[in-house]
Write a protein that binds this ligand. Structure first.
Ligand code: SAH
Length: 212
């Protein structure tokens, strides 16, 4: 899939220096966002804005998806856990980055939305993503450990269980709730029993349900 709107979006990030990782830019070009948005928003699929989704949820704007994917440093063959499947779009981008040997487990608390994510991923022909149903705020023991964990709904803190389900050199990217200021995107790297934490900037996210 190549479409002009996706190309012009990617070109604008490139020239402004907002997103520099070529693999991420390539993933955005290769996953068709039109398959994942609600039919009434197909024409806005490549506007760089968040779009309304089912049951009052939203799909992050493409820039946020690209930014978080870049921050996550996905390597080929990575095993990834995403909290908040939503439309399945971000999971699709991550699965493209992880390649054929990679696997993405994305969990969705709303069964109705989970079904839609599965359906969207199927229509996009994506096979290395598993959509789980349930509360992902404390990880998913059955499939742990993971190389990468990403939150697409905002917790107030990253639960201990998430860290313990992370491999050595594993990375978590999460928008942490900071009240009226919005959400601070953080990256946590697990290295030699220590956690290296970086703040990456302010964003806006829907809150995680059952947030620790
Ligand atoms: N990544 C999605 C956007 C997610 S929006 C995409 O690419 O489209 C956030 C999603 O997180 C919503 O669908 C919401 O239902 C879900 N969610 C909220 N709390 C959750 C929890 N505790 N566990 C799993 N999913 C949760």
């Amino acid at each position: 899939m190549m479409n002009r709107e996706a190309e012009s979006l990617v070109r604008s990030w490139k020239s402004s220096g907002l997103i520099t990782d070529k693999r991420v830019l390539n993933a955005i070009l290769n996953v068709d966002r039109r398959i994942f948005v609600l039919p009434e928003y197909i024409n806005e699929a490549y506007e760089d804005v968040a779009l309304p989704f089912l049951r009052g949820q939203t799909i992050s704007q493409p820039y946020t998806v690209a930014f978080m994917s870049q921050a996550l440093r996905v390597f080929e063959g990575a095993k990834i856990f995403e909290v908040g499947a939503g439309s399945g779009y971000h999971a699709a981008v991550l699965s493209f980055l992880a390649g054929e040997k990679g696997r993405v487990f994305t969990i969705e608390i709303d069964p109705f939305i989970a079904r839609r994510a599965r359906d969207n991923l199927k229509r996009a022909g994506i096979k290395n993503v598993v959509v789980l149903e349930g509360d992902g705020s404390r990880g998913y023991k059955e499939e742990a450990p993971f190389d990468r964990v990403i939150f697409t709904a905002a917790p107030s803190t990253v639960a201990e269980e998430i860290i313990s389900q992370l491999n050595e050199e594993g990375i978590v990217v999460a928008p942490l709730r900071r009240g009226v200021l919005g959400e601070m995107m953080v990256r946590i790297i697990k290295r030699k029993k220590k956690l290296i934490k970086e703040n990456l900037g302010w964003f806006r996210f829907v809150p995680l349900r059952h947030s620790p």
